[in-house]
Design a protein around this ligand. Sequence first.
Ligand SMILES: Cc1cc2nc3c(=O)[nH]c(=O)nc-3n(C[C@H](O)[C@H](O)[C@H](O)COP(=O)(O)OP(=O)(O)OC[C@H]3O[C@@H](n4cnc5c(N)ncnc54)[C@H](O)[C@@H]3O)c2cc1C
Length: 471
Amino acid sequence: MRDNVALAEAARASDEVALAFVLDPILLRGERMGAPLVQAFFSALASLRAELRERGSELALLEGDFAEQLAAFAARIGAEAIYYNEDYEPDARERDERVRAALEASGIAVRASLDHVYFGAEEVRTESGAPYKVFTPYKRRWLDQHALAPRLPVQSNRASAKKLLARGEIGATRVLPELEAYGHAPSAAYPTCDEASARARLDRFLAEGGASDAYAVRRDLPALDGTSRLSPDLRAGTIGIRTCVARAYAAMEGASVQRRASLEVWLSELIWRDFYQQILRNFPHVARAPFVAAAAAIAWRDDEAAFRAWCEGRTGYPIVDAAMRQLNTTGWMHNRLRMIVASFLTKDLLLNWQWGERYFERHLADADLAQNNGGWQWAASTGTDAAPYFRIFNPVLQGQRFDPEGAFVRAMLPALRSVPTKYVHAPWQMPPLVQRESGCIVGDDYPAPIVDRAATKARVLAAFSAALGKR
Ligand SMILES: Cc1cc2nc3c(=O)[nH]c(=O)nc-3n(C[C@H](O)[C@H](O)[C@H](O)COP(=O)(O)OP(=O)(O)OC[C@H]3O[C@@H](n4cnc5c(N)ncnc54)[C@H](O)[C@@H]3O)c2cc1C
C-alpha cells in the first residue's frame, strides 16, 4: 500500500477506492511461473489483504478473464475508473491494451501509472531521442535526470487511508488459493514478501554497520549476506523503487568515502534494473530472440543430458553445482553465481541461453523477464552491452576468487565438506589418497567434470566467431 503510484493516483482522483487483484490461472499454471515466484506473490497478496482487513476494507480477489472480471467488479461497487501499474512485458502489454479497450467500451475509464521503474522507457533517451543500448551513458543520463527531478516515494498509504471502501460494500470475495491449486509445491525455504519485512530489510541493509557499508567489495562473495536481498520484494511490489532510491541518497549524506562509494555501487544496480526494463520496452524482440540479430546464427548444441546435469547441479564444477543447489532449494541465487552459471551453460556447454533463462524463470522468486533476459543475454554475449564472447568465466578461478575458503560450496555441497581448501574448487585434481582421506571420491561421492574446459574452448570460440565475426 506504500509507494504505489496507481493507488496514490486513484486516491487523488476519487472519494472512494477499492483494491482488486486478478488471478490469471493460465499464467499461474503456465511455463513461465514457478513455485518460488507464485509463493512470493501469494504471500504479498496475503499481507495486503490482512492490512486492508485491519482497516475495515478488503482485497477483492478475482479470477479468470481480466476484462470480464474487472467490468463485473466495477459494476458491483459502482466504480467509474480503474487504475493500474504498467507492466513492460510484451504479453502483459497486449493483455492490458485488450482489457483497456473492453473496459472503455463499457464506459469505465482506465488509467495506467508508472510504478515498477524509477524512470520510464521513454524518459531516459539520447540527445536524438533514441533509446540507450549501452549502460554507462544511460546511467549518466539517468543520474542527470534524477538531479533535475527526483521521484519521491508516493504517499499512497496515507492518501488512500480514509477512502478505502468498507468490506461490506466490496462483498464476499474468494479466499486466496493454495499454491497446489496451480500445480506448485510451496517451501518454507522460498522468500516470502510483505511490506513490513521489506522495509525492515531495507533499514537493516542501509543502516550504518549494515551490509551497505562494504557492499562494493562484499557483494561478490556468496558466502556472506552482503546484498540487500530485496529483489523478490521489488518484483512483487512490496517495496517501491522510489523508496529504495530515496533511501540510498539519504544514506549517502554525511557518509564516509568508503560507505558512499558502496552506496553508489548499490544505486548503480538499481539503475541496471531500470536499464533492462527500458531495453525490454523499447526492444521487445529480446523476449523471444537475441538482441543482436547475428547471434541467432550461433549453432548451440542440443545436449539434454548436459542441460539436466547443469539444472541439477551435477556438472562436477563446485561453484556451478553449489549455485544451482542454492537456486533449487531456496528460490534465489547470488548475482555473482548467476553470472558464473550462465557463462558455464552458454559457453562451456554451448547450450542456448534461452534454456537457462526459462529454467531461472521457473526457479527464481524474483524472476522478472527484463532482468532475467538482460542477465542471460549479457552472459551469452548476445545482448546489449554484452560480455565479449571470448571472455569466458573460469569456474575454478571464480570460485577461488569469490569463495576463497570454499565456505559457500561446502555449505551447499556436503560431499565437499572435508576436502582441503586447495582442491575445493577443483576436486578432480585431488590425489587418490586425499580423496579417500577427505571422504570424497570423485565420480562416486561427487561427480567428475562433465566437460574438459581446455578441450571445449576452441568449440565455443568457433561457434561464436562463425555467427558474430571476430569481435
Ligand atoms: C543470468 C542472470 C539472471 C538474472 N535474473 C534476474 C531476475 O530474474 N530478477 C532480478 O530481479 N534480477 C535478476 N538478475 C540480477 C541480479 O542477479 C539480482 O537482481 C540480484 O542478485 C538480487 O539480489 P539482491 O536483491 O540482494 O541485489 P542487490 O545487490 O542488493 O541489488 C539491489 C537491487 O538492484 C537490482 N539489481 C541488482 N543487480 C542487478 C543486475 N545485474 N541487473 C538488473 N538489476 C539488478 C535488483 O532489483 C536488486 O534487488 C539476474 C542476473 C543474471 C546475471
